[in-house]
Design a protein around this ligand. Structure first.
Ligand SMILES: [Zn+2]
Length: 231
């Protein structure tokens, strides 16, 4: 039964791996045989913590148990291919652990979820969204219309605006950005309101794959507008 699992180690079961558990003879009947997700390695025990999210939030001893790697077979389904409603459920429940499952234990899973979310977002939007591949910049100009600086937003970048607002700013987290175009326009609208003028700032959306590339492109675009009057 376990012949194909010989040699599997904790390293083969990184956080976020979706597994089918099959407890060994010693604990058969006492541990769930079910589909779960690896939260993290369990200390130095050589075991992994598996959470059966179908049973609800992570609660040690109820929906979370430790398994030896040989008892947890990775499925071909991953966090990136899990049906969307399941993925959302899993992500939301991750925020609702009891103290028995510590935040430190959940951090590796949270990181895996975040990475998967980004991949999923990119995949969904890639086919249809003109925001893909662009950086949206709310640009500040000097009096002569030269590029001075900007706030940059792009799909998937760490974003405060897309994250739920924390009650305590110390605990404020970021989330992969879903709405960069709107952020840039809202930013210049705020500036217009604050300064009482539309002058001195604009939105630009160059194709770019990094902040540096985007800043450079924006500066060039501003220079072209300044010297030729158009892009
Ligand atoms: Zn955002």
């Amino acid at each position: 039964m376990h012949n194909i699992t010989i040699g599997r180690t904790v390293a083969d079961l990184p956080p976020g791996t979706i597994v089918r558990t099959e407890p060994g003879p010693l604990l058969a009947g006492r541990l769930p045989i079910d589909t779960g997700v690896v939260i993290s390695a369990w200390g130095i025990s050589g075991m992994v913590l598996v959470w059966f999210w179908g049973m609800g939030q992570p609660v040690a001893g109820l929906s979370v148990h430790a398994y030896f790697p040989a008892e947890a077979e990775p499925l071909t389904t991953t966090l990136e291919t899990l049906p969307a409603d399941e993925f959302v459920t899993l992500a939301q429940l991750t925020d609702q652990s009891y103290d028995e499952v510590t935040d430190a234990e959940l951090i590796p899973l949270a990181a895996a979820l975040r990475h998967a979310a980004l991949t999923r977002i990119r995949r969904i939007l890639a086919a249809r969204d003109s925001q893909v591949g662009r950086v949206f910049l709310a640009v500040v100009l000097d009096d002569d219309g030269r590029y001075m600086g900007s706030n940059a937003y792009a799909l998937g970048w760490d974003c405060l605006r897309c994250a739920p607002q924390a009650l305590d700013p110390y605990f404020q987290q970021t989330a992969p950005c879903l709405n960069p175009r709107a952020h840039a326009w809202n930013q210049v609208e705020d500036w217009s309101y604050f300064h009482g003028t539309d002058e001195g700032h604009r939105v630009l959306a160059p194709r770019a794959s990094s902040r540096e590339e985007a800043y450079e492109a924006a500066a060039e675009m501003c220079e072209r507008i300044r010297t030729t009057g158009h892009l």
